[in-house]
Design a protein around this ligand. Sequence first.
Ligand code: FAD
Ligand code: SF4
Length: 549
Amino acid sequence: MPTILPVSHQRPLPLDRLIRQDAPSDEALEMDVVVVGAGPAGLSCAIALAQLVKQAAGEPLPDLSIAVLEKASALGEHSVSGAVVNPRVFRELFPEVPVDQLPFRQPVTGEAVYVLTERRAQKIPTPPTMHNAGFYTASLCEIVRWLGEQAEALGVHLFPGFPVEALLVDGNAVRGVRTTPTGLDRNGAPGPSYQEATDVTGRMTVLAEGTRGMLTQAWREWQQIGAPNPQIFALGVKEVWQVKRPLDRIVHTLGWPLPNDAFGGSFMYPLGPTQIALGLVVGLDYHDASLDVHQQLQRLKLHPLFRPHFEGGQLLEWGAKTIPEGGFYALPERRHGDGVLLVGDAAGFVDVPSLKGIHYAMQSGIFAARAAFDALKKGSTTASDLAAYDRLVNTSFISADLHRTRNMRLVFKDGFWVGGFKAGLMTLSGGRFPGGKIDMPEDAAAARRVTLAAPFTPDGALTFSKVDAVFKSGNATRDTIPSHLMVGPDVSGEVADFYSHVCPAGVYERAGNELRVNAPNCVDCKATDVLGPRWTPREGGSGPKYRLM
Ligand SMILES: Cc1cc2nc3c(=O)[nH]c(=O)nc-3n(C[C@H](O)[C@H](O)[C@H](O)COP(=O)(O)OP(=O)(O)OC[C@H]3O[C@@H](n4cnc5c(N)ncnc54)[C@H](O)[C@@H]3O)c2cc1C
Ligand code: SF4
C-alpha cells in the first residue's frame, strides 16, 4: 500500500525571518515586559506581574510597563478549549473574587465515560485521571475576555490585532518583537491601507503564544534547546450548540468513530441549561491519510448517544485548534533564556489523560511573573537571572502532574486496546509502570497509508461541511491577503488529498494532481504546521472571531 511521509514534504522553519538581529526601528514602542499572546498563560503572567508591582509600591522598582500583544482582533477571538476548568489558580490569582463571579458557566454535576462502537455505547468506570468533581465548565473565550478586563484594570497595556512575526535579538538575548505589517496585497506589495510593522522592545519577553508557537519553535531551534522527546500534537475540532434540553453531566467517549490505531476521544460538556460544547480530539500521529477530524465529528453526532441532544438544536459556533500532547518528556530542557521565558502551551504544559491545560498555563504565567519581577528588580534579565522560573515550575504541581502521567499518552502509539491496557496499569502504579521513557517520533515522521476516503454528505441540519464550519467560526479574513502558508516540495495529488483531510477548515483542495490553497479560510489551528505547509502570522485581525469556544 502506498504511503506518505509528511516530513519529506515540509519546509524548514524560516529562521532568518523569525529571529532578527537588526536594530529596532527608531519609532519602536518601549516597554519593560512584552507578552506575546493573550491566552490564559499570557494574561495571568501580566496580571500577576502587575499585582506584584502594586504590592511593592514604595520599593525601589519604578512602575513597569507591561504590553500584551494578541493576533486576534479582540481578546478571546482566537481561543478554543473544551472546557472543564480546575479553578485552583483562579483562587490564587483572585482570592477576593467569589466563585460565582468567576467566568465559569456551571459546576460539574456528574460525569460519564463511554466506549463507543458504531451503534452502541458501553459505560465504563471513570478512570481516576478523568475525575472532574469540584471543577467548572466554561468557554475559554469568556475566560480570556474576563482576564483581559482584570489585566486592564491593573494598568496592563493590551494590544489586540497585533500578531508578532519575529523576535528582535541582540547576540543571544531577546530584546523585543516585530509585528506583521497590514494592508499587503496578494503579491505581498503594499496596498492602499498599508501600515508597516511595529517594533515593541522590552527588557524581557514572555512567549505565551499557545500551541505550536512559531516564535517558540524558532527560539528553541536557534538556541538549540532540545527535549527528551519531540513535541507531539492532537487536533481538536469543537462545536457549540443551542439545545432544547439540558445536559446533566460531562461526557467523554473513546473508540468509534476513530480507528483502533488512532489516539483520541470526544467530549460533551454542558454550558448552562441551553448550550452544549461537543468536541473530538485526535492525535496527529494517526496512520490513515484519509482520516478527517472535522468529518468524524460530524459522524459522531449521528450516534445514538449524541443524536438526541442535538436534533432540533442549532449550531452556534465551530472552531478548531491543536493541543500539545507530548507531556513531561516533551518539555523543553529549559524554558528560560536571555531576556525570554516560555509559558503555557508554548512550553507544552498540558496533561493529556485529564485533558487539562488552562490552570497549568495560568500557573506557569504566575511563576514567570515572579521570576521576571525579581530579575527586573535586580536590573538584569539574563538567562541565569530568569532561571528561577524553571525552578518554580519544576517543584510545583505542574511538573508533578505531568510526571505522574508521563508515559500515558505515549503508550497509545501501540494502538487503542494495548494502549488502554497499559494506561490502566500506569494509573494503578501511580505512573511507575512501565519504567523509563517511551520514545516518540515527531508526528510528521509517522508514515500514512494512502486510503480511499469514505464518502460523507452533510445534511446541513445536524452535520455540516467545512465551508459551513468556517462560516460558523466567524472568519471574515479579506480575500486579497497574501498567503501565509508555506507549501513544501513535491506535493503530489495524494499529498494534496492528505492535506485536505488534515485541515478542518477546507484550506487545501486537490485540483487534478495539484494543491489549491484557500489561505483566507485558515482558522490558525496549526494542524498543517505540524503535518504539512507551515503557518506564519498574517495581518492583525485575520482569522476566526470566536465568541463561545
Ligand atoms: C479542543 C480543546 C479542548 C481542551 N479542553 C480543555 C479542558 O477541558 N480543560 C483545560 O484545562 N484545558 C483544555 N484544553 C487546553 C487549553 O485550552 C490550553 O492548554 C490553554 O488554552 C493554553 O493556554 P495558553 O495561554 O498557553 O495558550 P492559548 O490559549 O492558545 O493562547 C495563546 C494566545 O496567543 C495568541 N498568539 C499566538 N501566536 C501569536 C502571535 N504570533 N502574535 C500574537 N498573538 C499570538 C493566540 O491567538 C492566543 O490568543 C483544550 C484545548 C483544546 C484545543
Ligand atoms: S491551514 Fe490553517 S486551518 Fe488549515 S490546518 Fe493549517 S492552520 Fe489549521
